[in-house]
Design a protein around this ligand. Structure first.
Ligand SMILES: [Ca+2]
Length: 137
């Protein structure tokens, strides 16, 4: 309750921006790829674009202690990105893109750091390309 009230707008609850701040603090995941879908799932009964305390508790209860069917409904809502009530190739492709985008960004950053580090040390011909470096060269 205390954490909710520190993010909620008085008598309005959490809008998407406040929910993002709340969810980031709760999960330690910045730019959660399914934040909008989680927000819509929590707000699915009133659909007033805000999440009140009751909706938050109800949503968290499903995630933490819900029945298998409730948890399946929650997971399905994350996968049904087009809100069609069925999954098709496009939906699954979008889920995969969202799931791996952050990983790909981290991988690209790591590759760039390695390239910068190695290229500055080993790019003797100024070609900006890496070859095999055994560490003994
Ligand atoms: Ca609501």
């Amino acid at each position: 309750m205390k954490m909710y009230t520190s993010f909620a707008m008085p008598k309005k609850g959490l809008n998407l921006r406040k929910f993002n701040d709340f969810w980031t603090t709760l999960t330690s995941i910045q730019f959660h790829p399914f934040l909008m879908d989680i927000f819509i799932f929590f707000d699915r009964e009133t659909q007033d674009s805000t999440i009140d305390f009751y909706e938050l508790v109800k949503g968290m209860d499903i995630i933490e202690r819900g029945t298998l069917e409730q948890k399946c409904q929650y997971c399905f809502a994350m996968f049904d990105v087009c809100e069609q009530n069925y999954l098709d190739l496009f939906s699954l492709r979008e889920v995969m893109k969202r799931s791996f985008t952050q990983h790909i960004i981290c991988l690209e950053e790591a590759i760039q750091e390695i390239k910068n580090s190695c290229v500055t040390k080993k790019d003797l011909d100024d070609a900006h390309k890496l070859g095999f470096f055994s560490g003994e060269d």
